[in-house]
Design a binder for this molecule. Structure first.
Ligand SMILES: Nc1ncnc2c1ncn2[C@@H]1O[C@H](COP(=O)(O)OP(=O)(O)OP(=O)(O)O)[C@@H](O)[C@H]1O
Length: 229
Protein backbone atom coordinates (compact mmCIF):
# COMPACT_ATOMS: atom_id res chain seq x y z
CA UNK A 1 0.00 0.00 0.00
CA UNK A 2 1.27 3.43 -0.88
CA UNK A 3 0.85 6.49 1.31
CA UNK A 4 0.85 8.71 -1.75
CA UNK A 5 -2.09 11.15 -1.87
CA UNK A 6 -4.80 10.87 -4.53
CA UNK A 7 -3.46 12.32 -7.80
CA UNK A 8 -4.94 15.74 -8.48
CA UNK A 9 -2.85 16.88 -11.42
CA UNK A 10 -1.34 14.31 -13.75
CA UNK A 11 0.94 14.84 -16.75
CA UNK A 12 1.67 11.92 -19.07
CA UNK A 13 4.21 11.71 -21.89
CA UNK A 14 4.43 15.47 -22.34
CA UNK A 15 6.23 16.63 -25.43
CA UNK A 16 6.84 20.33 -26.11
CA UNK A 17 9.26 22.18 -28.36
CA UNK A 18 9.94 25.88 -28.58
CA UNK A 19 10.54 26.30 -32.30
CA UNK A 20 13.15 23.67 -33.01
CA UNK A 21 14.32 23.37 -29.42
CA UNK A 22 12.83 20.37 -27.65
CA UNK A 23 11.99 21.28 -24.04
CA UNK A 24 9.97 18.22 -22.94
CA UNK A 25 10.54 14.75 -24.39
CA UNK A 26 7.95 12.54 -22.78
CA UNK A 27 7.76 13.99 -19.26
CA UNK A 28 5.31 12.59 -16.74
CA UNK A 29 4.46 13.88 -13.28
CA UNK A 30 1.78 13.33 -10.66
CA UNK A 31 0.87 15.92 -8.06
CA UNK A 32 -1.29 14.57 -5.27
CA UNK A 33 -3.97 16.39 -3.33
CA UNK A 34 -2.14 18.62 -0.82
CA UNK A 35 1.26 17.36 -1.92
CA UNK A 36 4.35 19.57 -2.27
CA UNK A 37 6.59 18.44 -5.13
CA UNK A 38 9.89 20.09 -6.06
CA UNK A 39 10.97 19.96 -9.70
CA UNK A 40 14.71 20.35 -9.98
CA UNK A 41 17.24 19.98 -12.78
CA UNK A 42 19.87 21.91 -14.71
CA UNK A 43 19.13 25.13 -16.51
CA UNK A 44 17.31 24.30 -19.75
CA UNK A 45 16.13 20.87 -18.58
CA UNK A 46 12.49 21.84 -19.15
CA UNK A 47 11.30 22.75 -15.64
CA UNK A 48 9.48 25.97 -16.53
CA UNK A 49 7.99 24.42 -19.66
CA UNK A 50 6.63 21.54 -17.56
CA UNK A 51 5.10 23.98 -15.08
CA UNK A 52 3.58 26.05 -17.88
CA UNK A 53 2.00 22.92 -19.43
CA UNK A 54 0.62 21.75 -16.08
CA UNK A 55 -0.76 25.19 -15.23
CA UNK A 56 -2.47 25.47 -18.61
CA UNK A 57 -0.33 28.45 -19.58
CA UNK A 58 1.01 26.69 -22.69
CA UNK A 59 -0.38 23.70 -24.54
CA UNK A 60 1.86 20.66 -24.97
CA UNK A 61 2.53 19.35 -28.49
CA UNK A 62 1.84 15.82 -27.28
CA UNK A 63 0.80 13.89 -24.19
CA UNK A 64 -1.92 14.82 -21.73
CA UNK A 65 -2.59 16.89 -18.62
CA UNK A 66 -5.44 15.83 -16.35
CA UNK A 67 -6.75 17.87 -13.41
CA UNK A 68 -9.25 16.35 -11.02
CA UNK A 69 -9.87 13.57 -13.52
CA UNK A 70 -10.54 15.89 -16.47
CA UNK A 71 -8.31 16.69 -19.45
CA UNK A 72 -7.11 20.30 -19.35
CA UNK A 73 -4.71 20.41 -22.29
CA UNK A 74 -7.63 20.18 -24.71
CA UNK A 75 -9.89 22.72 -22.97
CA UNK A 76 -10.90 25.79 -24.96
CA UNK A 77 -8.95 28.91 -23.93
CA UNK A 78 -11.91 30.49 -22.14
CA UNK A 79 -12.46 27.44 -19.91
CA UNK A 80 -8.75 27.19 -19.31
CA UNK A 81 -8.41 30.77 -18.11
CA UNK A 82 -11.42 30.30 -15.87
CA UNK A 83 -9.81 27.19 -14.35
CA UNK A 84 -6.56 29.10 -13.82
CA UNK A 85 -8.47 31.86 -12.05
CA UNK A 86 -10.56 29.61 -9.80
CA UNK A 87 -8.32 26.64 -8.99
CA UNK A 88 -4.71 27.65 -9.61
CA UNK A 89 -2.36 30.22 -8.06
CA UNK A 90 1.02 31.16 -9.53
CA UNK A 91 4.16 32.76 -8.15
CA UNK A 92 7.17 33.53 -10.31
CA UNK A 93 10.80 34.35 -9.54
CA UNK A 94 10.25 38.09 -9.75
CA UNK A 95 6.82 38.52 -8.10
CA UNK A 96 5.37 40.10 -11.25
CA UNK A 97 3.19 42.37 -9.18
CA UNK A 98 1.46 45.21 -10.97
CA UNK A 99 3.81 48.17 -10.40
CA UNK A 100 1.09 50.85 -10.38
CA UNK A 101 -0.98 49.13 -7.67
CA UNK A 102 -0.27 49.08 -3.94
CA UNK A 103 0.53 45.75 -2.29
CA UNK A 104 -2.98 45.44 -0.89
CA UNK A 105 -4.58 46.22 -4.27
CA UNK A 106 -2.33 43.66 -5.98
CA UNK A 107 -3.60 40.99 -3.58
CA UNK A 108 -7.21 42.18 -3.78
CA UNK A 109 -7.25 42.12 -7.60
CA UNK A 110 -7.87 38.37 -8.18
CA UNK A 111 -10.81 38.56 -5.76
CA UNK A 112 -12.23 41.60 -7.50
CA UNK A 113 -11.84 39.87 -10.89
CA UNK A 114 -13.89 37.02 -9.42
CA UNK A 115 -16.64 39.47 -8.46
CA UNK A 116 -15.85 40.36 -4.82
CA UNK A 117 -16.59 43.99 -3.91
CA UNK A 118 -13.52 46.22 -3.43
CA UNK A 119 -13.91 46.74 0.32
CA UNK A 120 -14.33 43.05 1.10
CA UNK A 121 -11.51 42.12 -1.27
CA UNK A 122 -9.18 44.61 0.40
CA UNK A 123 -10.10 43.29 3.81
CA UNK A 124 -9.24 39.73 2.85
CA UNK A 125 -6.09 40.91 1.09
CA UNK A 126 -5.07 42.70 4.29
CA UNK A 127 -5.54 39.52 6.32
CA UNK A 128 -3.25 37.59 3.93
CA UNK A 129 -0.64 40.33 4.07
CA UNK A 130 -0.84 40.17 7.85
CA UNK A 131 -0.32 36.43 7.83
CA UNK A 132 2.78 36.81 5.66
CA UNK A 133 4.16 39.62 7.85
CA UNK A 134 3.80 42.41 5.29
CA UNK A 135 0.60 44.16 6.38
CA UNK A 136 2.49 47.33 7.23
CA UNK A 137 3.69 47.46 3.63
CA UNK A 138 0.12 47.20 2.26
CA UNK A 139 0.05 50.83 1.09
CA UNK A 140 3.39 50.61 -0.74
CA UNK A 141 3.90 49.94 -4.44
CA UNK A 142 6.05 46.97 -5.55
CA UNK A 143 9.02 49.25 -6.34
CA UNK A 144 9.11 50.31 -2.68
CA UNK A 145 9.28 46.74 -1.33
CA UNK A 146 12.33 44.57 -0.70
CA UNK A 147 12.62 41.40 -2.81
CA UNK A 148 11.48 39.20 0.07
CA UNK A 149 8.54 41.48 0.90
CA UNK A 150 7.48 41.54 -2.76
CA UNK A 151 7.56 37.74 -2.91
CA UNK A 152 5.44 37.47 0.22
CA UNK A 153 2.93 39.87 -1.36
CA UNK A 154 3.04 37.70 -4.53
CA UNK A 155 2.37 34.63 -2.39
CA UNK A 156 -0.59 36.37 -0.75
CA UNK A 157 -1.93 37.18 -4.22
CA UNK A 158 -1.51 33.53 -5.31
CA UNK A 159 -3.28 32.17 -2.22
CA UNK A 160 -6.03 34.72 -1.61
CA UNK A 161 -8.55 32.94 -3.87
CA UNK A 162 -8.03 29.59 -2.11
CA UNK A 163 -6.46 27.66 -5.01
CA UNK A 164 -6.15 23.87 -4.95
CA UNK A 165 -2.79 24.04 -6.72
CA UNK A 166 -0.05 26.63 -6.34
CA UNK A 167 2.59 26.78 -9.08
CA UNK A 168 5.79 28.40 -7.88
CA UNK A 169 8.56 28.91 -10.46
CA UNK A 170 11.81 29.70 -8.62
CA UNK A 171 9.97 31.71 -5.94
CA UNK A 172 13.21 32.19 -3.99
CA UNK A 173 15.52 32.47 -7.00
CA UNK A 174 16.23 36.17 -6.46
CA UNK A 175 16.36 36.13 -2.65
CA UNK A 176 19.06 35.78 0.00
CA UNK A 177 18.88 32.82 2.35
CA UNK A 178 16.95 34.56 5.14
CA UNK A 179 14.30 35.92 2.78
CA UNK A 180 14.13 32.52 1.03
CA UNK A 181 13.45 30.84 4.33
CA UNK A 182 10.69 33.33 5.17
CA UNK A 183 9.04 32.89 1.77
CA UNK A 184 9.23 29.07 1.88
CA UNK A 185 7.96 28.90 5.46
CA UNK A 186 5.04 31.15 4.48
CA UNK A 187 4.27 29.14 1.33
CA UNK A 188 4.48 25.70 2.92
CA UNK A 189 2.59 26.78 6.07
CA UNK A 190 -0.28 28.28 4.06
CA UNK A 191 -0.43 25.31 1.67
CA UNK A 192 -0.51 22.77 4.50
CA UNK A 193 -3.22 24.72 6.28
CA UNK A 194 -5.46 25.10 3.25
CA UNK A 195 -4.67 21.67 1.76
CA UNK A 196 -3.35 23.21 -1.47
CA UNK A 197 -0.88 21.19 -3.52
CA UNK A 198 2.32 22.96 -4.58
CA UNK A 199 4.47 22.43 -7.65
CA UNK A 200 7.73 24.12 -6.82
CA UNK A 201 10.51 24.70 -9.31
CA UNK A 202 13.89 25.35 -7.79
CA UNK A 203 17.58 24.88 -8.41
CA UNK A 204 18.29 25.31 -4.71
CA UNK A 205 18.59 22.14 -2.57
CA UNK A 206 17.54 24.02 0.59
CA UNK A 207 14.34 25.17 -1.09
CA UNK A 208 13.68 21.68 -2.52
CA UNK A 209 14.01 20.27 1.00
CA UNK A 210 10.67 21.92 1.91
CA UNK A 211 8.92 19.54 -0.51
CA UNK A 212 7.53 16.07 0.20
CA UNK A 213 9.11 14.72 -2.95
CA UNK A 214 11.55 15.73 -5.66
CA UNK A 215 11.32 15.11 -9.39
CA UNK A 216 14.54 15.80 -11.26
CA UNK A 217 14.39 16.66 -14.94
CA UNK A 218 17.18 16.03 -17.38
CA UNK A 219 16.81 16.96 -21.05
CA UNK A 220 13.05 17.12 -20.80
CA UNK A 221 12.41 13.84 -18.91
CA UNK A 222 12.34 13.00 -15.19
CA UNK A 223 15.35 10.97 -14.11
CA UNK A 224 14.94 10.53 -10.42
CA UNK A 225 12.22 10.26 -7.85
CA UNK A 226 13.29 10.66 -4.24
CA UNK A 227 11.27 10.78 -1.05
CA UNK A 228 12.46 13.78 0.95
CA UNK A 229 10.18 13.72 3.93
N1 LIG B 1 10.10 30.85 -25.36
C1 LIG B 1 11.09 30.05 -25.74
N2 LIG B 1 11.62 30.14 -26.99
C2 LIG B 1 12.60 29.33 -27.41
N3 LIG B 1 13.17 28.38 -26.64
C3 LIG B 1 12.72 28.26 -25.39
C4 LIG B 1 11.65 29.09 -24.87
N4 LIG B 1 11.42 28.72 -23.59
C5 LIG B 1 12.28 27.71 -23.30
N5 LIG B 1 13.06 27.43 -24.39
C6 LIG B 1 14.09 26.37 -24.48
O1 LIG B 1 13.49 25.15 -24.03
C7 LIG B 1 14.38 24.43 -23.20
C8 LIG B 1 13.76 24.24 -21.81
O2 LIG B 1 13.57 25.53 -21.21
P1 LIG B 1 12.91 25.72 -19.76
O3 LIG B 1 12.82 27.19 -19.54
O4 LIG B 1 11.68 24.91 -19.68
O5 LIG B 1 14.04 25.07 -18.84
P2 LIG B 1 14.33 25.32 -17.29
O6 LIG B 1 14.79 24.00 -16.77
O7 LIG B 1 13.16 25.94 -16.66
O8 LIG B 1 15.54 26.32 -17.35
P3 LIG B 1 16.01 27.45 -16.27
O9 LIG B 1 16.36 26.71 -15.00
O10 LIG B 1 17.19 28.08 -16.92
O11 LIG B 1 14.83 28.38 -16.11
C9 LIG B 1 15.68 25.23 -23.17
O12 LIG B 1 16.55 24.69 -24.14
C10 LIG B 1 15.25 26.62 -23.54
O13 LIG B 1 16.29 27.29 -24.19
Amino acid sequence: MSNRPVPLLVARDLVKSHGRTPALRGAGLELGEGEIVAVTGASGSGKSTLLHCLAGIVRPDGGSVTYDGKRVDTLPERRLSELRRTDFGVVFQFGQLIPELTAVDNVALPLMLAGTARGAAQERAGAWLERFGVREQGGLRPGELSGGQAQRVALARALVTGPRVVFADEPTGALDSLASEQVMTALVGAARESGAAVLLITHDARTAAYADREVRLQDGVPVELGVLA
